[in-house]
Ligand binder design. Sequence first.
Ligand SMILES: [Zn+2]
Length: 165
Amino acid sequence: MDIAPRPVTVGFPFINESVYSEFRKLLNKFDITLVPKINNKLNDLIILGKDKWKPGEKTGVVYLEKCLDCSAVYAGATKREHKVRHMEHMKMKNKTAEISIHMKSLNHTFDESCYIILDTEKSWFKARVSESLHINFLGKNAINVQKDVYRLNNEYKDIISAFRE
Ligand SMILES: [Zn+2]
């Protein structure tokens, strides 16, 4: 028996009206509603404190870490405290190796304090969609291995790349 899909709302950076409305139209096809977010200029990262996270919350958090030595960035989603996630990135592990590989191969540093929270989502699914959108927006600066938009199609990815640069 079919269950009606729950509406999905995704926070999205408000770059400008035309970009935003293009994305909104496209995502409507997937029953995803966009909510505008204040745009953090991706090349102008602000280091925020750690107070965005309330300990114990299981809300999905989408975060962006930046290399201290170059323009490399890593976007990720976690259900846990960013600090905990960061410690995993420092180790060589299957899914989180991008940061440690970058650090070891170039002798660069990702510091625990150099990150911003891009998004918080109560639904883990929505957090993953948001993570994918941000990875795609970051483009070539993103060191994430997985750059596919989560459960979205190529038409959407083409629009992202058209607006990115
Ligand atoms: Zn670097």
